[in-house]
Design a protein around this ligand. Sequence first.
Ligand SMILES: NC(=O)C1=CN([C@@H]2O[C@H](COP(=O)(O)OP(=O)(O)OC[C@H]3O[C@@H](n4cnc5c(N)ncnc54)[C@H](O)[C@@H]3O)[C@@H](O)[C@H]2O)C=CC1
Ligand SMILES: O=C([O-])CC(=O)C(=O)O
Length: 269
Amino acid sequence: METSLRIAIAGLGAVGLKLAQALDAGIPGCTLAAVSARDTAAAAQRLAGLRRPVPVVGIDALEPLADVVMECAPAALLPQIVEPFLRAGKAAVVLSAGALLGREHLVELARAHGGRIIVPTGALLGLDAVLAAAEGEIRSVRMVTRKPVRGLVGAPYLAENNIAIEDIREPLRIFQGTARQAAAGFPANLNVAVALSLAGIGPDRTQLEIWADPALERNTHRIEVDADSASFSMTIENIPSENPKTGRITALSVIACLRKMGAPLRVGT
Ligand SMILES: NC(=O)C1=CN([C@@H]2O[C@H](COP(=O)(O)OP(=O)(O)OC[C@H]3O[C@@H](n4cnc5c(N)ncnc54)[C@H](O)[C@@H]3O)[C@@H](O)[C@H]2O)C=CC1
Ligand SMILES: O=C([O-])CC(=O)C(=O)O
């Protein structure tokens, strides 16, 4: 018998709006049930083109209306969005993966109540191979991110370390450290590094470099993995969405993740 998962979207920005439109156009096994936005009137306007209108409600009112919540909001809101769903034994798809670090109680909450936290591949690539390699022994994971200046400005790490990138003329390495350190310093820019670390050898062993490059148009991530099963390196060059920090492919990754949940044939780890 066909059952449909009721989907709630928290945050109607670059990712959330695309997702709402895709759900409205039809993803088998899924129905858009409710959305939450900072500005309810503006959200109602953004959703005016949908074939099937859905309620726009506060974050705290989402859980009773849906089976799955898609967290597409600023990182600071993560606990408020996902906790009610996890406590009810439901699923939360998390885009702000960096905000999971230091909030291990969310995983415990999911475990205690039979809920699930799902981190999609998002703006990255290769997490299927990283997960597989992690079943054996991974010796090292390294990632190099290069972004246009507008994809990095405003990150707290830059202000805290007096790094000015607005007027650079050459590529500048602005960070070298672990995924955990990057998540703290770049909460809206480096969720991909945290997703990579969670798939592989953890946030303290995953090494990261970040470059600001004034000549670049795309958010570029290269990952290099050395494991006892394979060595691999891969690069993705993301075309920015209307939010310059977020690649277009991010929303498509979430759509693919939802489609997979309801699919009779599932490809990839
Ligand atoms: N895991 C990954 O690969 C990636 C993760 N991200 C992360 O995904 C999240 C969403 O990204 P975007 O859509 O590009 O961000 P965005 O900034 O375009 O959208 C976020 C939306 O949340 C809304 N919002 C703010 N306060 C709210 C509240 N109290 N209630 C409901 N909504 C509220 C904002 O008004 C905005 O529309 C961000 O945390 C971003 O860092 C982005 C790209 C890749
Ligand atoms: O990791 C992120 O939050 C966003 C990102 O780099 C991208 O979209 O390329």
